[in-house]
Every structure is written in C-alpha cells, then in structure tokens.
Design a protein around this ligand. Structure first.
Ligand SMILES: Nc1ncnc2c1ncn2[C@@H]1O[C@H](COP(=O)(O)OP(=O)(O)OP(=O)(O)O)[C@@H](O)[C@H]1O
Ligand SMILES: [Mg+2]
Length: 508
C-alpha cells in the first residue's frame, strides 16, 4: 500500500502553482509548485537554499507570496497569518518545536482554543481525557500534566502532532523533523505519519536523508534554485536520479579522506567519567588524524565532546593538549589550548540569528580583529569572506542577517566560526546533518584538507558511510563506553554496527 501514488480525479488536498517570494533583492522562491493528495506521504527535497522552507512558510501563512496560486481542497486560499492557515486545517511542525515550556502538555495542546474563561474555567478533566485518548492513538506515553520543558525534541514533536490531530488538520507538514531524533524516535514518528496517511490526511515530509524518503514516502517533489523540477512516484525513481534532479549534475556523494601524515599525539583523554553519562573514556588523537566517534544517537558521544571542551564538568579523568593538562569545566581554557567544538545543536548553540553572517563567522576570533579596543570591520569582512567562499555559504551578502539563511547554510556559518580560530583540535558533532548531499562532500573535503594541514579531528557521526569514508580510526561508543577501536582498514559497516549495539565483552 505504501508505494502507490494516489492519482485522484478529485481536487488535491493542497495545490501550489508557480508560487514566488522575494525578500528585498533575494529571490527565495521563483516558482514553487506542489500537489499534495489525501492518503499520501509526499517528500519535498532539494539542496540547502532551494526554497523548501520558504514554500512551507507560505503555506503556513508565515510569509505572503508575491505571485502564484494556492488552493486547499480545490478552493483558492490566501493566508495573511498563521492562525488562518491553522483554521483552514493545515498544521506545520518545524524542526524546533514552538511549545510553551511552562505550560502543561495538555495546556499546550489546547492552547489558543479554550473558551474565553481561560484554563481555570474549562473542563480540565475532559481535556486530559482527550489528550490521553490522542496519545494512546499515537502509541506514546507522555504525562499530560507535566510541563513541556525538559521533554525531548521527539516528544515535543509528537505533542505538536497531537495538537494537529485534535484540530483535525487535513494537511500536515514536517520540515526536517528527524534531524535531531534517534533511530527509535524516527521509527515512532514514521509510524505516526503512516497512521495519519491511512486516516486520509496529506503529509509533507522534508528531509536530506534519502533512506528516510524511500522508507516513508510514496511521492517526491524535487526543487532546485527556488524552482519546481519534478514530481515522481517513489517506486519509479532512484537515489542517483533524485540527486541528479536536485543538483543538476552528477555528484559524488562521498569524499573519502585523503591520506595525511600522521604526527604527534595532540589530544589525550584519560579515564574520563561522569556518572550516568560516560565511563572510563580513554583515547588519543594525533595531528593529521580523523578519529570518528561512532555509535547510536544517545550513546553519550556529544556528552564526551562537551566534557572535553569544558562546557560540561566531569567527575574524574584528565584531558591534555600537547602534553599540558586542561583545567576542567573551562571552555575558555580549552579554546586557548587550541580546541574548537562545532556543536550538534547548532541552531541553539551556534548561530545568533539577528547578527550578520560576517559577525557570526568571526565571533570566535573577535579578539584578533580588534585594534585599540575597536573592531576592525575590514578585517571582519576579509575573514568572513574567506570562510564564506571556502565553505560555499549561500548568502545574498556578508552583512545579511544569519537568520535569513537557509538551515544548511546557517550550519556552515557555525563551521566557519570555529575553523576561523585556527584550532589544533577540531571536534565536529554531526558535521553534515542538515547539509544537502551536494555540499556534504564539500564539507568532507574541507575536513580532509584540515587534517592534511596537521589538525587533529574528532568527528562524531551517526552516519556509517561518513564514518567509514572519513575516519582513520573508529571508536565505537555504546551506552557511554568505548566498546571498540577499529582501524580504517578493518572498519566495515558490520563491525561498527555490532560494537554500537553490544557491550564490550560481546564486542571483544
Ligand atoms: N527572511 C528571509 N530574508 C532573506 N532571504 C531569505 C529569507 N528566508 C529565506 N531566504 C533565502 O531564500 C533562499 C531559500 O531558503 P529556504 O530556507 O527556503 O531553503 P531550504 O530549501 O529550506 O534550505 P535548507 O535545506 O538549508 O533548509 C535562501 O537563499 C535563503 O537565504
Ligand atoms: Mg529549510
């Protein structure tokens, strides 16, 4: 059932034709088209900056289109705000959920819909019962009374979906929902999405991961440079074909690391422990070497990286850079010693959306751009221009607000910010997550070049091809422990996956 393309004579659930949108001189969307049918999960794919999120925001009423047609169930519609789109039965789930952290799960689901008497006057018991019913329908177990603060991204997304169902949304749009989810959470989300499809809803799914697109969707629309390229049944296409349509040329999807001279040990991590997070973590990284921390999402890899960089404290152990012990819980000291960390959660820990691209990409080298206590704007621009060009950041101008860049391009700005510091040890946490397939190999090539220049690199990645293609050595982390160390020559998908899912005794 899941691979058929619904071709209906009836009106599509949602139709966009030739929709355009500019921001000043920037054409974000030249001609966006999309035809979503009920009973279908439709993928929308395209490179970073292709216009996917802009198209979604027009459907959601966040932006108003400059031209083109928008129809809902055959009726022309116009949304001047998000409330109108919601009322019309469209629900959008963004990568970062927009729940109110201090309100309860139930209150969030009913937000904006209570009778004017407010929370107190309405039948809380009925609301709770309805939420329980929704959750059991979705197959999840979340306490309706707890505040949403502290819930995982995955749970917050499910709450957004529950809200959409309670409003009986006919069209559900998910913009890169899986980027921050673990394997189990992705499975749960897919199950929910299939359930919604089977109830007759139209679902739109945006992702840079082809395995997910092929697993979940029945139809795919490809966009390139703000324009509609094609719509195809999933069963009639292949990854290679989609990549060609997205990028407009053949691309190598992977850039394997080039051999580099492996030098001295730069970073040594010795017996690092934090109760409940990771245990007895010891390894070293040499100049010119890329060491991958592989494993499943949630294995403790990001926590280890944060402890090394000093953003988090640790209970015991030692980190040394070039033989010098590093003060724990002191990121400034780590930076002075030459460590840079490109965090996983770049949107919250990486970019200042209101600041310019130039400012963001030079944020970590501020001091070196300052003369007599004043920032030297020319130096800022020169440095920023260098990195923007090197990482092929797509922006209208260096002084454009970082918030106006597409998601993937914002991530490149964060990468630029840390590369600009000229580190000795570079820790990158999921460096290509959210980055499109054409640019991925660029990032790989950059990492390889940096290693060639003598950088010691730790790469945390949940993507096996990336791990196998890039790492000189693979350390596999399982439940907070390093369960295997595998050399490049011996690193097979089976070996890494086995160690990632078993404890040390079994893996040995
Ligand atoms: N508010 C804005 N002001 C100026 N330019 C914008 C704005 N929003 C988007 N753009 C530009 O429009 C283009 C399309 O961006 P969009 O976010 O739609 O891309 P995307 O396909 O979602 O990419 P990604 O895969 O990286 O998320 C980009 O070049 C972006 O910089
Ligand atoms: Mg986007």
């Amino acid at each position: 059932m899941s691979t058929h393309v619904p071709i209906s004579k009836a009106s599509p659930a949602l139709l966009l034709e030739g929709v355009s949108k500019s921001f000043g001189s920037v054409i974000a969307l030249k001609s966006g088209s999309l035809r979503m049918e009920p009973n279908s999960i439709h993928a929308l794919i395209g490179e970073n900056g292709a216009g996917k999120s802009t198209l979604v925001k027009i459907i959601a009423g966040v932006h108003q289109r400059d031209g083109g047609r928008l129809e809902l169930a055959g009726e022309p519609v116009d949304f001047s705000n998000t409330a109108q789109s919601k009322d019309a039965g469209i629900a959008v789930i963004y990568q970062e959920p927009t729940l109110f952290p201090d309100l309860s799960v139930t209150e969030n689901i009913f937000m904006g819909r209570q009778p004017t008497r407010g929370f107190r006057g309405i039948d809380r018991r009925a609301m709770r019962a309805q939420v329980k019913e929704l959750f059991s329908q979705l197959g999840v177990n979340i306490d309706p009374d707890r505040p949403t603060r502290g819930l995982s991204i995955a749970d917050q997304q499910i709450i957004e979906i529950a809200k959409a169902i309670s409003l009986d949304a006919r069209v559900l749009i998910m913009d890169e929902p899986t980027a921050a989810l673990s394997g189990v959470e992705v499975e749960r989300l897919f199950k929910v999405a299939r359930g919604l499809r089977d109830e007759g809803r139209a679902v739109l799914f945006i992702s840079h991961r082809f395995d997910e697109v092929f697993d979940l969707c029945d139809t795919v629309t490809i966009m390139r440079d703000g324009e509609y390229v094609a719509t195809t049944a999933i069963e009639d296409t292949t990854v290679d074909e989609l990549v060609r349509q997205m990028v407009g040329r053949d691309v190598s999807t992977l850039f394997p690391k080039e051999p580099a001279d492996i030098g001295e040990e730069v970073l040594v991590v010795d017996g690092l422990n934090t109760r409940g997070l990771f245990h007895d973590v010891s390894f070293s990284v040499r100049a010119g070497e890329i060491v991958a921390l592989a494993g499943l999402v949630g294995a403790g890899r990001s926590e280890i990286a944060r402890a090394i960089f000093g953003v988090d404290n640790y209970d015991s152990g030692r980190v040394t850079v070039e033989g010098k012990s590093l003060r724990k819980h002191d990121p400034a000291a780590a930076m002075r010693a030459g460590i840079a960390l490109v965090p996983e959660d770049r949107r919250n820990q990486g970019v200042i959306l209101e600041s310019s691209v130039a400012r963001n990409s030079t944020l970590a080298i501020r001091r070196t751009l300052t003369r007599w206590g004043l920032l030297w704007p020319q130096a800022e621009n020169t440095a920023a221009a260098h990195w923007a060009a090197r990482l092929e950041v797509k922006t209208s101008a260096l002084d454009a607000q970082a918030g106006t860049l597409s998601g993937g391009n914002q991530q490149k700005v964060v990468l630029a910010k840390w590369l600009a510091t000229g580190p000795k040890v570079l820790i990158v946490d999921e460096p290509t997550r959210g980055i499109d397939i054409g640019t991925k190999s660029e990032v790989h090539r950059d990492l390889s070049t940096l290693a060639g220049q003598g950088l010691a690199i730790i790469m945390i990645s949940s993507e096996l091809p990336e791990v196998l293609g890039m790492a000189d050595r693979v350390l596999v982390v399982h439940e907070g422990r390093i369960t295997a160390e595998i050399d490049r020559a011996d690193a097979t998908p089976e070996a890494v996956m086995f160690a990632a899912t078993h404890n040390k005794e079994a893996a040995a």
